[in-house]
Design a protein around this ligand. Sequence first.
Ligand code: GLU
Length: 479
Amino acid sequence: MDTGHHESMSLREGIDRMVDRAALAIGLNPETANVIQSCNAVIQLKFPVCIDSKVEVFTGWWAIHSAHRLPAKGGLRFAPVVSQDETEGLAALMSYKCAIADVPFGGAKGGLLINPGNYTEEQLREIVRQFTIELARRDFINPATNVPAPDLGTSAREMAWIADTYKTLFPDDLNRDACVTGKPLERGGVAGRTEATGKGVQYALQEFFRHADLVAGAGLRDGLASQRIVIQGLGNVGYHTAKYLAEEDGCSIVAIIEHDGVVVNDNGLNVHDVRQYLAETGGLKGFTGGGYSTQGELALEMECDILIPAALESQIHAGNAMRIQTKLIVEAANGPITYQADEILRERGITILPDIYVNAGGVTVSYFEWTRNLSHMRFGRLQRRLDELRGSNYLSALETLTEKEVPDKLRREIMRGANELDLIRSGLDDTMRMAFRDILDMLRNNAHINDYRTAAYAIAINKLAQSYYELGLAVRKDS
Ligand code: GLU
């Protein structure tokens, strides 16, 4: 996949420019904008690990963009291309994302320069353990201050290793499970976290399609069903996004782009089959459920209704933005559109739902997991049976008064008490709906804002500015 080498601006610089644009639109003092943009702290670690009786030195970062709320929260990325600048940029996105989703965290991000595919499971475990120890020694991992989560190249498995290492170091910390989120269920994780980002993307799209005027404004026909979607990246986020949109909303996934090319099927691909094929063979080549081509990058330019970049940053850049032919871009990845491409696409009237809103589902459910860890109790444990009892009393009253029987399916629905997954999904759906409505309010009430990204940034920086004013760290002299 392309990494946006068409531009000189880095990811972090591009994000700063997006902040500048929103600050100007809401008349925020540039000094305050500068306070908001600054990455509060970043640590670089170089640590040795013995691999196959040879000592290798690994380089990693943890960047805290904002600590106005604690803990600072963000994913831990394992990839052969990570840098301090990128980590700082991604940490900034986390601050804005948390503000929009109304999650009371600061923003952070971690990165480790590694190609995980080059190591065995045991070796990776050793590397993760050492990385955790290095972070913990400097208090850069702690349930109260810094809480990592999965990101590119990491999953529940790595989170379990981190939690276990932290527990070994601090066995008397009652809240030790909350030092990391995205853990497996049997290790203090929460139902629905793995698919949370993808589910959140689905909820974001469902919410967008509840507004017929906005849908028409984007040049799309009404209704999510049968929209033709191209998706880039079938990792955790892309897979769940595509799966839910196809299975539950009736969308047609006409192309899936991966690292070795693209598969296209005008009648809609079977997402599950593609994922399975990828897992078995490591690529798309040879997949028979659609036409294969090595030209993955070109497929971004395919004519379609909705384009969902769900892989790496800077995939849509100054070099291809002119040729993008979709009507709506939904940013499931972090920073998939560069600043310059964003300007071009805006000019061309292509609608964009921005990353800091669209992919906030992951950190939202991380927030639920963190609070569950602090409460030491599964959601719904206290009220589930009471809900069932209420439902059953309500049913009896209804049937007695009407002298009619409620049909079986409805009866089951009324009597069912919410389990943990129901509650998590309900909280996530609510978060995505409320955040969208905030964005829409901003868009409608500010004459200088006419795109979703600027509206989302305006909300985020407004919230950050408020908390800096309260702390006396910024001066209210906005125009
Ligand atoms: N890595 C995810 C993100 O970029 C999740 C972060 C979290 O849950 O803290 O939003």
